[in-house]
Ligand binder design. Structure first.
Ligand code: NAP
Length: 284
């Protein structure tokens, strides 16, 4: 049996084990995926250890994605380097083989996940005017993916310096959150890539009166239905939640590790069922 895993800290709320194990089961593969709590200072030892034990592959999450680029043995691809973060690691060579035969490679599949979620919902990204709100890790990956796909990207962030830096590196235009009104008016697609909406009572990143029915509103928050998505749905705009981005970034990682086409529908069902179970547990 091949072991796969996700490293992060905290990690107990990760939906990846449910999602990836469902994929292995659906394809009848002898794979098993676990979550491991790994702190930043232990990342190097943990990755080397996983390679030595013959793991099939890894995902990384907060706070390890950026740290991974400083591992001297990790060969990160150009996209992961440009984004500045690695969320997927593959091992080639068998455990115990002499050094040189083993390669540890790093990728970033978050942007792919976001793009696939938009395309899955029928959005034509090329040539679209996209307002991307946020300039953190997820926004960086999405900005690169949108730029590669030929979208016209405007980036608005609370911390303007971060927005400037991201726009300068991907070629978009940066704005302050206070500029949202004209930006929303001009946009075809609006993406919330901030953490606003993760918690009940967070409030709204966009005044609901600015949304129009022609907008496509994509909120990458996946743990709950956000107020932004309620607002979009209530005026008949297209509303996409963060679950499909999570599923497609995981599906891409699965394909990198196994070379098999990932069963995205099965993975989506596993994520939505886990979220529903959590909701019910919380309301009890
Ligand atoms: P991050 O690197 O910490 O970035 C957080 C972003 O949110 C920054 O742009 C930050 O702005 C902004 N922000 C936080 N609080 C804010 C507030 N009160 N008002 C305005 N802006 C605020 O986090 P991340 O990794 O990019 O994750 C962001 C969100 O995406 C999280 O909800 C995460 O769960 C979700 N996510 C989803 C997926 C998926 O697959 N669906 C994947 C990754 C992340 P400043 O720069 O001004 O601080």
């Amino acid at each position: 049996m091949k072991i796969f895993g996700i490293f992060g800290d905290p990690i107990e709320h990760s939906l990846s084990p449910a999602m990836q194990n469902a994929a292995f089961r659906a394809l009848g593969m002898d794979g098993c995926y676990h979550a491991f709590r790994v702190s930043r200072p232990r990342l190097k030892d943990a990755v080397i250890g996983a390679g030595a034990m013959g793991f099939g592959g890894l995902n990384l999450t907060i706070p390890l994605k950026e740290e991974a680029l400083s591992l001297d043995f990790l060969e990160a691809d150009d996209l992961a380097r440009a984004i500045g973060a690695v969320n997927t690691i593959s091992f080639s060579g068998e455990a115990g083989e002499e050094k040189g035969k083993n390669r540890i490679q790093g990728y970033n599949t978050d942007g792919w996940g976001a793009l696939s979620a938009l395309q899955d919902a029928g959005v034509k990204v090329k040539g679209s005017r996209v307002l991307l709100i946020g300039a953190g890790g997820a926004a960086r990956a999405i900005a690169y993916a949108l730029d590669r796909e030929g979208a016209e990207v405007s980036i608005a962030n609370r911390n303007l310096k971060r927005a400037h830096e991201l726009a300068a590196s991907v070629g978009g235009i940066s704005y302050c959150l206070c500029d949202l009104e004209p930006l929303v008016r001009q946009a075809d697609v609006i993406i919330n890539a901030t953490s606003v909406g993760m918690r009940e009572g967070d409030g709204r990143i966009i005044d609901s009166r600015l949304l129009k029915s022609h907008h496509v509103v994509f909120d990458i928050v996946y743990n709950r239905e956000t107020e932004l998505l309620w607002d979009a749905r209530s005026i008949g705009a297209a509303a996409i939640d963060g679950v499909m981005m999570l599923v497609y970034q995981g599906a891409r990682a699965f394909e990198i590790w196994t070379g098999r086409k990932a069963p995205a529908d099965v993975m989506e069902r596993a994520v939505r069922e886990s979220l529903e179970e959590r909701r019910q547990r919380k309301s009890r």
